[in-house]
Design a protein. Structure first.
Ligand code: COA
Length: 188
């Protein structure tokens, strides 16, 4: 019996069963836990390295467009940036597919803070032509539910004020932490 099979057997009769598919995915890598079945059209799974190229392409398309108009000059530059996020030892990422189409990406990292385990969202984006159709909300719900099962107690992120993304987060239970400010010092 393979090690994977032994571990699978162990978890089959264990209360942690519901979490099994979060840790060990099937060949397609999609979550198979019950909580993911509530949304049949959207397959959400953990990010893996084979997703990098398609995520970079989508990232460039999304953030080159309204309202960001970021000046990402090449796909290599985007891949370099995403690589930095992914190589973080506490990186955690999720991708959502409709059929074989990548429609949403969430890249972040863990922070084991004194208040509890926090998931910091570094990048969150939905396919340009699919925005405003609930995919961002549904994907976030699925991710949140599973982070919750894993003991995470809060989500944190930075975004610009007064843009649609801020409304999106406010509608999805985030609030502006008025005690905090973002400080930047240009050093060149
Ligand atoms: C922000 C984003 C992730 C939201 O996902 P989404 O699937 O478009 O959002 P949903 O359809 O679930 O929710 C819609 C709500 O989000 C807000 N929203 C944000 N961006 C929107 C967009 N481009 N189109 C429509 N609604 C948008 C609106 O308040 C909307 O509520 P409304 O329908 O009552 O007006 C997505 O629009 C996106 O990728 N935007 C560009 C990249 C970005 O800004 N990412 C966040 C950076 S921190």
């Amino acid at each position: 019996m393979s090690i994977t099979a032994v571990i699978r057997n162990h978890f089959t009769n264990n209360p942690i069963r519901a979490h099994w598919d979060y840790f060990i995915q099937d060949n397609r890598g999609y979550y198979q836990s019950e909580q993911f079945n509530k949304d049949n059209e959207l397959n959400v799974r953990r990010f893996n390295w084979t997703d990098l190229e398609v995520c970079a392409e989508l990232f460039k398309r999304v953030f080159s467009a309204d309202p960001w108009y970021d000046n990402w000059i090449s796909l290599d530059q985007v891949q370099y940036y995403l690589n930095e996020l992914i190589q973080n030892p506490v990186f955690e990422g999720f991708v959502a597919f409709e059929g074989s189409d990548l429609v949403a990406v969430c890249l972040g990292h863990r922070r084991s803070f004194w208040m509890g385990k926090e998931f910091f969202i570094d990048e969150y984006f939905v396919e340009n032509n699919k925005q405003g159709n609930g995919i961002g909300t549904r994907t976030l719900d699925i991710i949140t539910e599973n982070l919750n099962l894993l003991g995470y107690t809060r989500l944190t992120l930075l975004t610009n004020k007064g843009i649609p993304a801020e409304s999106f987060y406010l509608k999805n239970g985030f609030y502006n932490n008025m005690k905090r400010t973002v400080m930047v010092r240009e050093i060149q």
